[in-house]
Design a protein around this ligand. Sequence first.
Ligand code: ADP
Length: 630
Amino acid sequence: MENELQKVQDKLSATLDALPDMLFEVDRHGRIYDYRAPIEKMLYAPPKEFIGKTINQVLPKSVANVITKAITQAIEHGRHVGSIYSLDMSGEKRWFELSIAAKGDPKNPNCHLIALARDITKRKRAEDALRVAEERFRSILESLDDTIFTLDDRGVITYISPVIKQNFGYDPDEVLGNPLSCLLAPEDVQDMEMCFKHAIAGQFKSRNVRVISKKKQVRYVKFSCQPLQSGGQKFGFTGTITDITSDKLAELKLKESEDRLRQSEAKYRAIVEDMPNLICSFNSDGVLTFVNNAYCDYFQTGEEDLLGTSFLTLIPEPSRKTIWDTFTALNLQKPTLSYNHQVILPNEEIRWQQWTDRALFDQKNNIIEYQSIGEDITEQKKMEDELRKARDELEAKVKKRTEELERYNTEMERFVYTVSHDLKSPLVTISGFLGFLKIDMKAGDEDRVEKDLELIYKAVSKMDLLLSETLELSRIGRVVNPPKYVPFDQLVDEALGQTSEKIRLSGAKVSVAKKLPTVHVDGTRIIEVLVNLLENSIKYTSEKVLPKIEIGCHVDEDDAVFFVKDNGIGIDPRQKEKVFELFYRVDNDYDGAGAGLTIAKKIIEVHGGKIWIESELDRGCTICFKLPIA
Ligand code: ADP
């Protein structure tokens, strides 16, 4: 029996020795009766320092408290497992897990207890490292703006980072246990499932989907996931939900504004393309970068042939430098300018254009290019030229007319003065001789009466002549028949016919030049001139020579100059202008009113001609005049 017991004790002792744990036996007050460990190193102190002493005496207070509490529990329940304590051993902290069991009846006041302290330092360190790592991982996860999730293999949320509240308004607890799809816009669930499929197949692709926030707002997110696996076993997914709403909205806005820009550019382009004005853009070398349809049509050249070439080649050489200087002078202060210039069309026609150039600047105020809008102003230019010409002509006409009027006025004044003066002289004669007549009649002096009457009669005739010549003169300006082409000889013949009797009586010899030109005149009036001149030549003959009259024409500075030349008394050169004045007479011994040359001058001038005298005293007189010829 004793042998048997010894055997059991030995077996137990061997078993205990085989245990990796530290073992000690205590009573209920914590006094240590046995104390051993498989390796010395596990011991806090050598057994001799422990045996017979209480736990409170040999161990640090905090450890002693844990063990005492565990002993109390073991006494109460028969055993106790799981208290953990740590000890600083040879400079390092070691952790132990305590299991205590009563040896025999725990109610017995002498009952001893066996305590096993297992060294769990390694496990504890691993657990701590895991906890730290997990803590670190969690804090990283939770500091991210992206919502991180884990799902089980059915897609049910098993973890979601708290930032979901901030991002989408949900409390993590609200969504935990629900399928992730419940957060998404229904139309995008399929996309998310595709993402899972790809993830399982090892293709980690992200998808843009929409999350519906707690406030039912659409948030644009980037969704990505990958499978969770352990030991080659896939057991769910982990992934991120990145809120890209602001990027997406910005992108949508950008797209919208790009669309708007594109539309307005298309609109602008359509307007520019179809505008009747010529529109082009060119760089600082004058090389065309854009031309509209009107531009191509105008220069009868295709867009592809115009772009890349300098517009200056379309401009006549002499103007090129001026145009170059003009557009290169544009700057920020003066970005636009209008100017006119000529262009050469492919058919070599030269036309006028008006252009308005505008320089375009970049943000640094450097010129990027020039835009120009132009139109053909050839017709306008022609009209302007014609208008200018017409205006100049009108001005010249007005000037001439004004001069004529001024001359006419002066003439009129002189005329009125002369008429009233010259008419007065016969009137004075008449009135004087009427007085003598009365006296002579009273005296019964018949001879004197006869003489008085004769003088009165003469004065009346003179007055009659003056009045009829004045009347004739006044008619010239008003009554002019329309001009006709008529050979000058015909007019000469008619004038000679009208004066034939006087010529015959004077014995003058008249010669007329052959092949006289045709004139464009009022014939009646020119005959009147010729008659006047012929009568003067007959009247102012010299007694020294036989009267000779010559009618002819010579060419002077491309103009035909007609003349009536006689060999009479001639006119003093100093009187050459005066004799054309009304009623001016050089010598009163000859009959006449002094209006003949005035009338002739008037008629010639009405025809746009000119009359003058080439004469010297006693050497005959030549009256010259110019007339419009055919
Ligand atoms: P009228 O002959 O009636 O005097 P005119 O006007 O015809 O008036 O001529 C003006 C003046 O010019 C004349 O008075 C005369 O002195 C001078 N005259 C005109 N014709 C001649 C001429 N052929 N030879 C010389 N003197 C002339």
